[in-house]
Design a protein around this ligand. Structure first.
Ligand SMILES: [Mn+2]
Length: 353
């Protein structure tokens, strides 16, 4: 099915053959979990070129692919396959090759096939998750909910942000997940940094604490943000929290098939701007997620991609006030023909610890 879709995408772009070299793309198209190798895909053939360490594993995992072992230089094996299959025009994934690799391909294919850059062909298919992928992400989110529940019983004034991040990581590792990015634990004034990675700062009574974390489960990532307060919220803390929550709920409500990414962004952004905090929300509303934490399309002022059923995106508005702190609330949602389905069950009411 994935091969079928990629072949249609290649035909539409006039690319008779494609070398798939991006790690996530290689896994997505073939099921091969090794860390090295490329796919050569044409309308009639599918070849996986990898090295001695992986040939047996590749044959077991990559159904529908012929496995070719290379003896050190992938571009030369690609050239041999191109000659064997009579490929005269070959796409390379320009976003997943170094310049040096490109030079090697150019040399190896000189006189054999014309090399053309290809952007986002496999990624275009990865945008729509199939039911099995959505099931895996849902399980990742379920474990992530458990991690949030666990951390609520752990976090307290006197701990450093790093201690909280470590506790979250250990919980995930114990539950078959691996952290998929540097966790953000941003307390007090540090909350005004949208990407305030956990530091040695000690969490203090009265701090708002933004927790943004996620992990890979069966290669697919979760991503969640909640902001809690250490003690009773001040009026100002509650006012900003409620504003972000209102924008987040409106974003989820707007995230339906047929809307454009920038239109969904505008709905949530409008609410924050009307309250006078437009300048304090300087990032996009959300991003797609899957094999990578940040995928396309996005809910962003600059992305006009039409949102389709089967996409999985984050909805994560925030308000960041320098010298004061910040609030962000993030869910993942599955786009459907009707209302988007939120993938977490963790509460979004303000938690006062
Ligand atoms: Mn996110």
């Amino acid at each position: 099915m994935k091969l079928h879709k990629l072949r249609a995408e290649m035909a539409a772009r006039g690319i008779p053959a494609l070398v798939v070299s991006g790690d996530s793309n290689r896994y997505y198209m073939s099921g091969f979990t090794g860390s090295s190798g490329v796919l050569v895909i044409t309308q009639s053939d599918a070849v996986l070129i990898t090295d001695f360490r992986y040939t047996e594993q590749a044959a077991q995992q990559a159904h529908g692919f012929r496995v070719v072992m290379h003896a050190g230089r992938i571009p030369e094996s690609v050239s041999a396959v191109a000659q064997e299959l009579g490929i005269k025009r070959l796409g390379l994934e320009s976003e997943h090759l170094t310049y040096a690799e490109f030079e090697s391909y150019s040399r190896a294919l000189s006189g054999v096939a014309e090399v053309v850059p290809v952007k986002g062909a496999v990624e275009a298919i990865r945008m729509i998750k199939d039911p099995q992928e959505i099931e895996i992400i849902a399980e990742a989110c379920r474990i992530t909910d458990m991690a949030f529940d666990h951390i609520l019983g752990y976090i307290r004034p006197g701990l450093t942000e790093k201690q909280v991040a470590t506790e979250l990581k250990v919980f995930m590792l114990r539950h078959d997940m691996t952290p998929s990015f540097d966790f953000i634990v941003a307390s007090g004034e540090r909350g005004s940094m949208p990407h305030g990675v956990a530091s040695d700062k000690v969490i203090e009574p009265g701090d708002l604490v933004t927790l943004d974390f996620g992990g890979f489960y069966r290669r697919y990532s979760s991503d969640i943000t909640r902001t809690v307060v250490m003690g009773r919220a001040t009026d100002e803390q509650r006012r900003i929290y409620d504003l972000v929550l209102k924008a987040q709920a409106a974003g989820v409500e707007a995230a339906t098939a047929g809307m454009r990414g920038n239109e969904v962004d505008a709905v949530a952004r409008g609410i924050i701007s009307e309250a006078g905090h437009g300048a304090h929300f300087g990032h996009g509303l959300g991003h797609s997620i899957g094999l990578e934490v940040h995928e396309s399309p996005r809910f962003s002022p600059t992305d006009s991609t039409v949102i389709q059923a089967g996409m999985v995106l984050s909805v994560e508005p925030g308000v960041y006030v320098p010298g004061w702190g910040g609030v962000r609330i993030e869910d993942l949602v599955v786009i459907t023909e009707g209302k988007a389905r939120v993938m977490y069950s963790s509460t979004k009411e303000l938690i006062q610890l």
